[in-house]
Design a binder for this molecule. Structure first.
Ligand SMILES: Cc1cc2nc3c(=O)[nH]c(=O)nc-3n(C[C@H](O)[C@H](O)[C@H](O)COP(=O)(O)O)c2cc1C
Length: 159
């Protein structure tokens, strides 16, 4: 399997969106080719601390765990906020330095997808034509911002 297939599979369980040392669990992500470049897009609700960190950041990194690993870390980084706690310290985890100019990764993950942000847009829930989805995801507002990252490099850690 390729890193793209592995990542798409792992996103069902979660991966870490890394910005300024704060890991946030994500389940949404999108590979693509935009402006003739390989891209990875992430979707971050406006209430997340990560959303505020991204305002001051030109890059993000997505760290993808080995299959079946990091369940505790994914649960914690998907429920606790970097506003209240340093999640890396609380988990006795560590960062690995970026290799392609983006953000440091979550150490011990299989892949690190480094991205330079080239486009940001707040989703307009009124444009989501499926009412069931609109009610399920945006009853409280708090829409997602889509951030498109041009992939600057992908690298692997040994298991
Ligand atoms: C499996 C899983 C997937 C998630 N996917 C997303 C996502 O794609 N976008 C998002 O905004 N929040 C997502 N969340 C919620 C955030 O991870 C959660 O609100 C987190 O505590 C935010 O951390 P922060 O405040 O440090 O940014 C997900 C949570 C879990 C458990």
């Amino acid at each position: 399997m390729t890193w793209m297939q592995d990542t798409a599979e792992q996103l069902k369980k979660g991966a870490f969106l890394m910005v300024k040392g704060n890991p946030m669990t994500i389940g949404w992500g999108q590979f693509g080719v935009l402006w003739s470049k390989p891209t990875f897009s992430v979707y971050v609700r406006q209430s997340r601390y990560t959303h505020s960190l991204l305002k001051d950041s030109d890059t993000f990194t997505v760290s993808v765990p080995f299959t079946g690993t990091m369940q505790k870390e994914l649960a914690s980084c998907g429920t606790k906020s970097g506003r209240d706690v340093n999640k890396i310290d609380a988990l006795h985890a560590s960062l690995v330095p970026a290799r392609f100019g983006a953000q440091d990764g979550f150490a011990g993950c299989r892949y690190h997808i480094e991205c330079r942000i080239v486009y940001r847009i707040d989703l307009d829930e009124q444009l989501l034509s499926d009412e069931t989805l609109r009610n399920r995801y945006y009853a409280e507002g708090d829409t997602h911002t889509m951030l498109v990252g041009v992939i600057t490099g992908v690298w692997e850690e040994a298991e």
